[in-house]
Design a protein around this ligand. Structure first.
Ligand code: PMP
Length: 369
């Protein structure tokens, strides 16, 4: 082949041919995580905190943002955020802390650290879909262990799966998404003790739950506790954190992109994390609204809400696709889980909104036939 012919052959190739030749087949087969378009909608689909910030606090944010040197890289160690978190959590110096661009990034980092050829990730099923997806991204085998029909952890099935699969990594969401319940703490401890590798307890919804493993991280050599500020009013900042023995956080920190927390987040997060009273008050309001919403849903014919310790309610309805569409037609976005898992037939996941938003949702549902 002459040089000219060679250049022509290169030019003839279509992007799709090159993609097909080099992108992993399992990646090409993916649909990707779809974020619903929610312009102008009442957003009860993504477990955000629905409250806006008080005016004075917004003014304070504006004044710190004004002085951020966006021409410079942010502090690679995100020291201001770390110290604000250590203070807010009363974290002992003996524990390590790693920050992520959302806890999504930490799930990716943890998976990446443990994904060697043949290694297995194990998680109850249904649970947060990003665990399974990250296993796929990293080339790790994923094993889902079905929850019992009432969404509790099946202790014997988990024990058997740990024996059989010897997972390098176990993810447990506490409370669980999308079911909303807290698994029995003694079953989780049993799993942590039996697991040959790392167990991650993902407490994304800790602010709305009556229990946490934070104080128990020191007890176990193979436990990482994961949290996010997304559900307590800072989803837009993208900040998640992992708490564990320093031996673990030192390894995870190596896989963290050097400037993963942007300068604006680093300036604003400490301000909001210091607003303990405001955050607590919003969480308390959402817990009260959760109870009101669940009771109102239970009063509808054929509707069964499941107990929740999170800022959303999983509810089984007579016809989830139709109910979802009716809500969407009325400008209200929820999550339709029908078809995503056999245990979730005709289930919707409804994020707890403001009292007005919840009333709007209930009005639509009461009018449905
Ligand atoms: N863990 C669980 C259980 C979740 O439900 C979510 C959000 N849906 C996340 C982690 C990720 O949260 P973020 O990336 O916003 O911190």
């Amino acid at each position: 082949m002459s040089a000219v012919e060679g250049r022509e052959a290169v030019a003839m190739r279509e992007p799709a041919d090159v993609v097909a030749a080099v992108v992993r087949p399992e990646v090409r087969a993916l649909a990707g995580y779809v974020v619903a378009d929610a312009d102008g909608m009442i957003k009860l689909d993504a477990m955000e905190n629905p409250f806006t910030l008080p005016h004075e606090l917004r003014a304070q944010i504006a004044s710190v943002v004004k002085d951020v040197a966006v021409n410079r890289y942010p502090d690679g160690g995100a020291r201001a955020v770390k110290s604000a978190l250590r203070k807010a959590l009363a974290l002992p110096d003996s524990l390590g802390l790693v920050l992520g661009n959302g806890s999504d990034e930490l799930i990716q980092i943890i998976t990446c650290a443990l994904a060697r050829p043949g290694a297995t990730m194990l998680a109850p099923d249904p649970s947060f879909v990003m665990y399974r997806l990250n296993a796929l991204y990293a080339g790790m085998r994923f094993v889902g262990v079905p929850l019992a029909a009432n969404f509790t952890l099946d202790r014997d099935a988990m024990r058997a799966a740990i024996e059989r699969e010897r997972p390098a990594l176990v993810f447990i969401a506490y409370p669980n998404n999308p079911t909303g319940n807290l698994f029995a703490a003694e079953t989780i401890v049993d799993i942590v003790r039996r697991a040959p590798g790392l167990v991650v307890i993902d407490e994304a919804y800790y602010a709305f739950a009556d229990a946490s493993f934070l104080a128990r991280v020191v007890e176990f050599p193979n436990l990482v506790l994961l949290r996010t500020v997304s559900k307590i009013g800072m989803a837009g900042l993208r900040l998640g954190y992992a708490v564990a023995a320093p031996e673990w956080t030192a390894e995870l920190d190596k896989l963290r992109p050097p400037y993963n927390l942007n300068a604006l987040t680093q300036a604003v997060a400490p301000l909001l994390l210091a607003e303990r009273a405001l955050l607590a008050e919003q969480a308390a309001t959402l817990k009260a609204e959760r109870a009101r919403l669940a009771a109102a849903l239970a009063a509808l014919p054929g509707v069964a809400p499941y107990p929740s310790q999170a800022n959303f309610v999983l509810v089984r309805v007579p016809d989830a696709p139709r109910w979802f569409e009716s809500l969407r037609g009325a400008g209200i976005l929820v999550k339709n889980l029908h078809g995503s898992h056999p245990l979730l037939e005709h289930c919707l996941r409804i994020t707890v909104g403001t009292p007005d938003e919840n009333d709007a949702l209930l009005d639509v549902l009461r009018a449905l036939r």
